[in-house]
Design a protein around this ligand. Sequence first.
Ligand code: SME
Length: 306
Amino acid sequence: MFKSVAHIGLTVKNLDASVAFYRDVLGLKYLGEMFMDGPETEKLFDKSGCCARVAYLKAHGSESVPPVELIEFTSPQAYKDVPSLFKTSISELCFESDDIDKEYKRLSGMGVKFISEPQDFDSTKYGFGKSRAVYFYDPDGNILELIQSQDDIEVIKAQKYELAVCELKDRTEGETDLNANLANAAAILKKYMQDINWVGFYLFKENQLVLGPFQGLAAVVRIELGNGVCGTAFEKNQIMNVPDVHGFPGHIACDLSSRSEIVLPINVNGRTAAVLDIDSPLLSRFTYTDEKYLSEIVNIIQDIWA
Ligand code: SME
């Protein structure tokens, strides 16, 4: 019976360049290098005169994670293949991350080529839970994958919201200036929420919604009641969680990179007084966790406002 996965081997053209990528760009721990030659090597690879440089690297995870083995055949030299997911071979080497979006941004910024943006998958009906995944390439074009359990994302989100709630309570305690409190609320949400490009308030004034304190690009100042996501949330007095703003008729675009949006009404003394509006450049950014914790944030704002 097989005991474990001992290592995952990748054939590379230039070992030094690949070690630099896996160690310095991806952040794996370098375990060392060895040289393989002689009759056993020739027999093992069924190639006369065969010799290879072999390096091992390991993710900084649990001890059960198998190392990555990088092989550079110094003789005969490997030919360059075009790796593809759509041919029979080992399809990819998949790494796990606690923050796939941060890693995606970091690696993209370093010039790493990705096949797509991170995508969400719900495999709960098959017993595998939710995940977020993306494919990318190493310097030889070998296909790598990065995956994050979506359940982790929601747990991390919730932990950050707990901190946001504490900080908002601290900052607003004893302070009665509404403008200052809303400005700090926007700044605190910007600090603790990931992948958002706009967060702020529209206040009900002169039968319109008028731009209040916010963080993000300059935005439309006045919104008619019933217009856009904000005006709709205000008029219906209900949370609007829009997974794709391009599919929302009448959406008012303030920042062209926005792809999803959540708007929560703020009720003071029995009347809707404002909305909290948050935009994200990611599709379907806002989940039940966001609705739950943002409602808690709105409750704090309602209490200090009243
Ligand atoms: N998108 C909003 C307008 C405000 S900006 O997003 C800041 C809407 O459709 O109401």
